[in-house]
Design a protein around this ligand. Structure first.
Ligand SMILES: O=c1[nH]c(=O)c2[nH]c(=O)[nH]c2[nH]1
Length: 292
């Protein structure tokens, strides 16, 4: 008998729920409608062993029920995605005693009013290209971790970026540059201090402020490396927002290569680029307070 035949096989960590519940809520309290567009994923943890090992579904809150709960809760209003997920997390972990934790995530897609004759239309919208808002609530009955962020926010600066001073070996061909395009699809995720979550905070205002600050820092700070820009963005957020403990940034370096136009008898003073889509540098960092 091999040792693997002798050992008992047991169920390890598990979770389940409904992924990507697309939820659109129209607030029609007045003729000027408001739209909230979310993509919600639920994951529950707890005692689901009998289902896995025996097929006993007595504890299984069906993923269909989880989806329905998301839509039913939206009937009372959605508000900030963080607040919506907190309501749902408390529900799932109190409605069934064997559900011990909920890990809920949402993406929020932004819409803006279509301008007609200079004014925003009452009920016609277009998706904005300003990136997607994200939120996540992990709640286990005692502790609650709320993270927020944005993703797919495509930004570019056409100057104000250098990259040089890196080590050169026999495989190095990249030339030093003191003026290049810096472009990325920004993903940022920040974690709120537990005390701030307990007190309650204005998640919408903080999201707007943090995303503006990230972009202003990207735009305003001269860059010697994407790594430096990322750290500066994170530091700016932690310096301004005491209620945020930690921020992680993930940025593809979307390379723009100057095209050699000499074969065509043309110069190229930093005007014509090949925008490569892959491979790309992938630069990621977490910025946090030392005591955290
Ligand atoms: O900002 C950059 N960081 C790097 O680590 C790197 N590596 C590279 O080839 N180009 C760049 N640019």
């Amino acid at each position: 008998m091999t040792s693997s035949n002798r050992s008992r096989i047991v169920l390890g960590p598990n979770q389940y729920g409904k992924a990507e519940c697309r939820l659109v809520r129209i607030d029609r309290a007045t003729d000027r409608h408001e739209i909230t567009d979310l993509n919600v994923t639920t994951q529950l943890r707890g005692d689901f062993t009998a289902c896995h090992t025996e097929g006993d579904n007595g504890h299984v809150v069906a993923t269909d029920t989880q989806k329905n709960t998301v839509y039913a809760f939206a009937r009372d209003g959605v508000g900030a995605p963080e607040a919506f997920l907190l309501r749902l997390a408390r529900h799932f972990t109190t409605a069934h005693e064997w559900v011990t934790a909920a890990d809920l995530a949402a993406e929020q897609y932004a819409w803006e009013r279509i301008a007609v004759d200079g004014a925003g239309h009452d009920h016609a919208f277009r998706r904005t290209g300003r990136g997607t808002r994200t939120a996540r609530v992990e709640h286990d009955g005692e502790s609650t971790v709320v993270t927020a962020g944005l993703t797919d926010c495509t930004v570019l600066k056409s100057t104000g970026s250098e990259f040089h001073g890196f080590p050169r070996d026999r495989y190095t061909t990249l030339e030093d540059t003191t003026d290049r395009i810096l472009a990325t699809d920004l993903t940022a995720t920040w974690r709120y201090a537990a005390s701030a979550v307990e007190r309650g905070l204005d998640y919408d205002a903080t999201y707007a402020g943090v995303s503006d600050l990230l972009l202003a820092t990207f735009a305003g700070r001269h860059s010697l490396a994407l790594q430096q820009t990322i750290f500066e963005m994170g530091r700016a957020v932690l310096e301004r927002y005491a209620e945020i403990d930690e921020i992680s940034l993930s940025c593809p370096n979307k390379h723009h290569f100057l095209v050699d136009l000499e074969p065509f008898g043309l110069d190229n003073p930093g005007e014509i680029f090949f925008a490569a889509d892959r491979p790309y540098g992938l630069i990621q960092a977490t910025v946090l307070r030392e005591e955290a």
